[in-house]
Design a protein around this ligand. Structure first.
Ligand code: ATP
Ligand code: MG
Length: 472
């Protein structure tokens, strides 16, 4: 076909030639064995190394620097020649990968919170017995070991709590605290491992740093993640001794913490992605790529910012900025409590938990204080016992197979409403919306696992003082 108009006359071959050359869609003609006979410039630009299209996948072909393509072929003549054209599908593939990634994240979130929940019971046992042990007469060297178990169990409990909080997106705890102290804790915690790897951790902490308003354990998790990342980056570089320097100061009305290392640094192409969940340059044993995304989330919750600066090959600086709340003062440090004074002599207490360690731990703690304890390992068993005996306190796990804590509470309430005020719930879960509503509605007392012994005793004392003696 020849088209004539406005003084322009093109013959057919010329027109098709120009069309083929200039069309922005990559198009080529191949012979019956897939060998390239002709291609337009768009095709040549993208698939410059391809001589035979049968040698490359036609589906989701990734071309570095260009994107992802789908190759389609249309028969051209009876000698088997074909037209090949490429359709770009980069966005579709990315969207699909993102959806898979989000699904994976959600699944991991569920898994992590399940694991965290399961860990709370053994931790409550370890933490509880370590507390009991540390109260007794101990040889100083054994006391030191017991103290380590105690501190580490408490720390593990907090990490689990962080995971649960992160998964359930509940409001984190808010208090005024000294960020410098958090940094000292982390530096102390990492000191041993860093020494082994010839890494020196140094600090330069501003003497008049204002208190931070937020959750000290979650921010400790942030600092810890940054320091561990710095150590990893040093591990990837030949530079020794390695150095991790933590500095705090106030600038532009905000609290700043910088963590500077002389490790591998971050490649410019990775800079935009390091805060993405699952972005990692480490192998599977060393990293999941979750550290910085968890950090960002925590920092955001605190109204702060986290960003990085790096020269590839010579190190990085991560800066954490937090707002200053001028009106806050730190909570008075809770004095070390002795629970020897709490007397439960003659009190009847029922302990209901399907975890044998927990019931035994509570049994051990309370019998030492003079209480008489009955144990029940299920809601049904508990109900039978409650009907037979007049308990001063009923300590009940919130989540049990069969009759749950909440259900048991309702059953007992309908049988004898006075007994409501004698319930103390123990929960290994984060207080989710439904449980939170229940606790708030009925105004029942609860403790979170792993708990401190004095918290348990305080709660029991409070219940006993508050509840009216029953007429029987
Ligand atoms: N101080 C640093 N120096 C160099 N690269 C870093 C530094 N901190 C983070 N990165 C880079 O950012 C990536 C993501 O860090 P992130 O903490 O999110 O995950 P990870 O450390 O790989 O794994 P995880 O924290 O889950 O164990 C790291 O794999 C690394 O490439
Ligand atoms: Mg990390």
């Amino acid at each position: 076909m020849t088209r004539e108009g406005a003084g322009l006359t093109l013959d057919r071959t010329q027109l098709i030639g120009s069309l083929f050359a200039l069309i922005p869609v990559p198009v080529a003609v191949v012979d019956s064995r897939g060998r390239l006979i002709l291609s337009n410039s768009a095709f040549a630009d993208i698939f410059s190394g391809v001589q035979n299209i049968d040698s490359v996948p036609h589906h989701e072909l990734e071309v570095p620097g260009h994107g992802t393509y789908e190759l389609e072929t249309v028969p051209l003549n009876d000698q088997g020649m074909k037209i090949v054209f490429a359709q770009e599908i980069t966005n579709e593939v990315q969207l699909r990968r993102q959806a898979v990634h989000l699904e994976k994240m959600a699944a991991i979130g569920r898994l992590v919170s399940g694991v965290a929940h399961e860990l709370n019971n053994p931790l409550a046992g370890i933490f509880g017995y370590a507390q009991l042990l540390s109260r007794g007469e101990l040889d100083p060297s054994i006391r030191r070991m017991v103290d380590v178990v105690l501190n580490q169990a408490e720390r593990a409990g907090k990490i689990v709590q962080n995971f649960l909080t992160l998964a359930a997106k509940t409001e984190p705890k808010r208090t005024a605290f000294d960020l410098n102290q958090t940094i000292r804790n982390v530096a102390q915690l990492r000191e041993y491992q860093a020494n082994v790897e010839n890494i020196i951790i140094t600090t330069d902490l501003s003497k008049d740093l204002p208190y931070v308003w937020g959750d000290p354990h979650r921010l400790e998790q942030v600092v810890l993640n940054l320091v561990v990342n710095a150590e990893d980056a040093i591990g990837d570089s030949p530079q020794r001794p390695g150095s991790v320097h933590l500095k705090t100061f106030v600038q532009n009305g905000r609290i700043h913490l910088t963590v500077t290392d002389n490790g591998s640094g971050i490649h410019a192409r990775d800079m935009a992605r390091i805060f993405d969940p699952f972005f990692t340059t480490k192998d599977r044993q060393r990293g999941l790529g979750l550290g910085l995304s968890i950090c960002s989330e925590i920092v955001e919750e605190h109204g702060g910012e986290l960003y990085a600066w790096s020269t590839y090959g010579s190190g990085s600086t991560f800066t954490l900025e937090l707002p200053i709340r001028p009106e806050i003062a730190p909570e008075a440090v809770e004095p070390a409590r002795s629970f020897e004074g709490v007397c439960l002599k003659g009190k009847q207490i029922l302990v209901i938990d399907d975890e044998i360690h927990i019931t035994e731990l509570i049994f051990d703690v309370l019998t030492r204080q003079g209480a008489r304890i009955d144990l029940a390992h299920s809601g049904m068993e508990a109900l039978e016992q409650i009907k037979k005996k007049n308990y001063d306190v009923i300590i009940c796990d919130q989540r049990m197979p069969g009759v749950s804590g909440q259900r048991l509470y309702r059953l007992v309430e309908s049988w004898n409403a006075d007994l409501r005020h004698r319930f103390l719930f123990v929960t290994g879960d984060v207080i989710g919306a439904q449980t939170g509503r229940f606790f708030a509605q009925v105004g029942v007392q609860y403790l979170r696992k792993p708990f401190r012994i004095h918290e348990l005793l305080d709660a029991i004392e409070g219940l006993i003082n508050r509840s009216q003696p029953l007429g029987s």
